[in-house]
Design a protein around this ligand. Structure first.
Ligand SMILES: Nc1ncnc2c1ncn2[C@@H]1O[C@H](COP(=O)(O)OP(=O)(O)OP(=O)(O)O)[C@@H](O)[C@H]1O
Length: 226
């Protein structure tokens, strides 16, 4: 049996602010298979971003483990997590993943280099076309519209041809048309075998998913096939 693309077992994450302890994740387990699109829903503060950060190895849970493509990413030094992330995970967070002083094409190449993909044929034309940015490879992020920035960020997240794509509100600031375009890109990527885990408040994102996982107060309260 092949390992699930994402496997998280009993994740716990606590934060302290002053005397208060916030239980952001309270024993969350999930699996996402290759080619599956899973939407992570739940009210603000329910733990969605914390869960995605633990899955992507950007944060260390206080308890539990995460495996990506069968490789454990938790309880490893930051450098080892970064290496696993660069090679196997596409990350699309609200803070953005574009370096402002690099063009769109340079941003994509930089992400590929971090993943140690061989130089040379990087399929740049196809990569830009896939996100509807044909001919905009030489543009700096500051020269793009909001919707184009979102699609460029997605192209960067996919630059390493990841087994797993983790996205936090990827359509948060987009109009409906651009949101549909981004969801179409995620669907195409899933059809090519990538496991897609997306946290979102958008109904359109949940509707487009194969499965919805609902978080409340750091616990999974519901899972449904769409
Ligand atoms: N670095 C941190 N320090 C302290 N508390 C934190 C930290 N990160 C998250 N939290 C707390 O953990 C809980 C879960 O936050 P998280 O950002 O994961 O929720 P979310 O579901 O993604 O919310 P939103 O939908 O608003 O993005 C919240 O109570 C939040 O305040």
């Amino acid at each position: 049996m092949t390992a699930p693309a994402i496997r998280a077992e009993r994740l716990f994450r606590f934060f302290h602010s002053g005397d208060e302890e916030v239980l952001a994740l309270r024993g969350v387990s999930l699996r996402v298979d290759a080619g599956e699109r899973v939407a992570l829903t739940g009210p603000s503060g329910s733990g969605k971003s914390t869960l995605l950060a633990c899955v992507a190895g950007l944060d260390e849970p206080d308890g539990g483990s995460v495996w990506v493509s069968g490789r454990r990413i938790t309880r490893r030094p930051e450098a080892a997590r970064a290496k696993l992330r660069a090679q196997h995970i596409g990350v699309l967070f609200q803070s953005g993943n574009l370096l402002e002083h690099l063009t769109v094409a340079q941003n994509i190449r930089f992400a590929r280099r971090l993943a140690r993909h061989p130089r040379g044929s990087d399929g740049m034309t196809a990569r830009l076309a896939a996100v509807g940015l044909d001919g905009r490879g030489d543009a700096l992020p500051g020269e793009l519209s909001g919707g184009q920035v979102a699609r460029a960020a997605l192209a960067v997240a996919l630059a390493n041809d990841p087994a797993v794509l983790v996205a936090d509100e990827p359509t948060g600031e987009l109009d409906e048309v651009t949101e549909r375009a981004v969801l179409g890109l995620l669907a195409a990527r899933a059809a090519a075998g990538t496991a897609v885990l997306v946290a979102s408040h958008s109904r359109a994102v949940a509707r487009a998913a194969d499965r919805v996982i609902d978080l409340r107060d750091g616990r999974i309260t519901g899972m449904e096939e769409v």
